[in-house]
Write a protein that binds this ligand. Structure first.
Ligand SMILES: Cc1cc2nc3c(=O)[nH]c(=O)nc-3n(C[C@H](O)[C@H](O)[C@H](O)COP(=O)(O)OP(=O)(O)OC[C@H]3O[C@@H](n4cnc5c(N)ncnc54)[C@H](O)[C@@H]3O)c2cc1C
Length: 373
């Protein structure tokens, strides 16, 4: 049965398998952009490329990283949701990061991987390496767990040792051997470990649960958690911020507020639009295509893959520029899509992304006002 689902599994020594179901993201960049746009639709003002340089319970000092302009934003209550960097902005949170690295493979390097597969780490009782097939012809293999000392880096870098470890472990359950040349990309994230002040040097791993902490200065910090628990994290943080700021608040709508483009499966099935756009943009798919037409693209141009190995389309990049606040090529390829995870794919997509950025800049002034303050 396991081989029927994933014929690429190694046959020797395979006595059986456990099957379970889990949620899978189409693309984490799509989730983050969807949340930000939904917040904006409810009145939030979203400022990208703006760094908070100081935080108190009454507001923030900020710097626009594009212009260098600084400003002060006053607020009745302040939430610090800066992830593993939260301790940089408030004194009383000490987070110790632990690096989790993934490698990226082409699906063709892992033939017959019909499901996600978890490979046990040899000599460990409760550690696994997973291979997750992705919708865009890639497979992610992860995850490591390496303590990181010193200042928290902006972009954590995977090490060669981690890449080797992941290939070795996942290779133990695959029929076709993998080697370093199969790795087309690698990326890492930092899990927050919370230093517990009163316990004897112990730490709490917040990468599964989350914590809401209020500093003496009145800043509410939310750290840890999972993408899958983001609504609960937001609800807990905002509930605390309402109390700390002595605000009035209505009934909490966080749990069942749909994101822009979201709809029940049967409604999505009736949306008229290319399947790829519906998968990634839901009910907004027809608007994404109409937007490309409005910028003078034929449907064939709008919907063609950017390159053989890059199924992302011009319609999606244009939408990123006109509706998702993308300011440049890096936003488009690294933060509105995940093309940038594979350096070769990114290089192939850069000319198109550059042309489209020029097209939008030359046309209507669709960029959001990104000035701080
Ligand atoms: C290796 C790894 C694997 C994971 N796997 C999963 C998984 O499989 N499933 C799952 O559900 N969850 C997973 N998670 C957890 C998930 O990624 C986190 O829960 C989620 O990213 C936390 O969101 P956040 O908004 O709190 O923090 P972040 O996503 O870290 O966002 C914080 C943001 O604050 C910004 N920021 C920081 N400092 C400043 C500043 N001074 N000024 C302005 N902006 C600032 C950062 O640029 C960043 O955009 C994983 C996490 C890691 C590290």
């Amino acid at each position: 049965e396991a081989l029927a689902m994933s014929p690429g599994l190694r046959r020797e020594g395979l006595r059986g398998a456990l099957l379970s179901w889990d949620g899978q993201l189409e693309d984490d960049a799509r989730l983050v952009v969807g949340i930000a746009r939904t917040a904006a639709a409810h009145g939030a003002r979203v400022l990208t490329r703006v760094r908070v340089t100081g935080l108190t319970g009454e507001g923030a000092e900020v710097r626009d990283e594009l212009t260098g302009r600084t400003a002060t934003i006053a607020a009745r209550t302040v939430v610090n949701a800066t992830g593993v960097w939260a301790g940089d902005l408030v004194d009383d949170i000490a987070l110790r990061p632990s690096r989790g690295t993934h490698v990226v493979l082409r699906a063709s390097s892992v033939p017959g991987l019909g499901t996600a597969v978890m490979a046990p780490v040899p000599q460990a009782s409760n550690r696994f390496v997973f291979a997750l097939p992705q919708p865009d012809g890639l497979v992610y293999v992860g995850l490591t767990d390496e303590p990181v000392d010193g200042p928290v880096p902006d972009v954590p870098e995977p090490t060669e040792a981690e890449v080797g470890f992941l290939l070795d472990v996942v290779g133990t359950v695959l029929q076709q051997p993998l080697d370093r040349s199969d790795v087309v990309g690698a990326y890492a994230g930092l899990r927050p470990l919370l230093d517990l002040p009163d316990a004897d040097g112990s730490t709490a791993d917040l990468s599964r649960r989350h914590a809401v902490l209020t500093s003496p200065g009145g800043v509410v910090s939310v750290v840890g958690g999972k993408l899958t628990t983001y609504r609960r994290m937001a609800q807990d943080a905002v509930d605390r911020a309402v109390v700390v700021g002595s605000l009035r608040a209505g009934r909490c709508r966080t749990a069942d507020l749909p994101l822009l483009g979201a709809a029940p499966r049967e409604q999505l099935a009736r949306v008229e639009g290319p399947a790829r756009l519906v998968r990634r943009h839901g009910t907004e798919a027809p608007d994404v295509l109409a937007n490309a037409r409005a910028h003078g693209l034929s449907d064939a141009e709008a919907l063609a893959p950017l390159a053989d190995t890059v199924p992302v389309t011009r319609a999606e990049l244009l939408w990123g520029l006109t509706h998702e606040g993308a300011l440049d090529v890096a936003d488009l390829l690294d933060r509105r899509t995940r093309v940038g995870l594979v350096a070769d794919d990114r290089a192939r997509a850069v000319p198109v992304a550059t042309d489209l950025s020029g097209l939008v800049v030359a046309g209507a002034p669709t960029h959001p006002d990104n000035s701080a303050g």
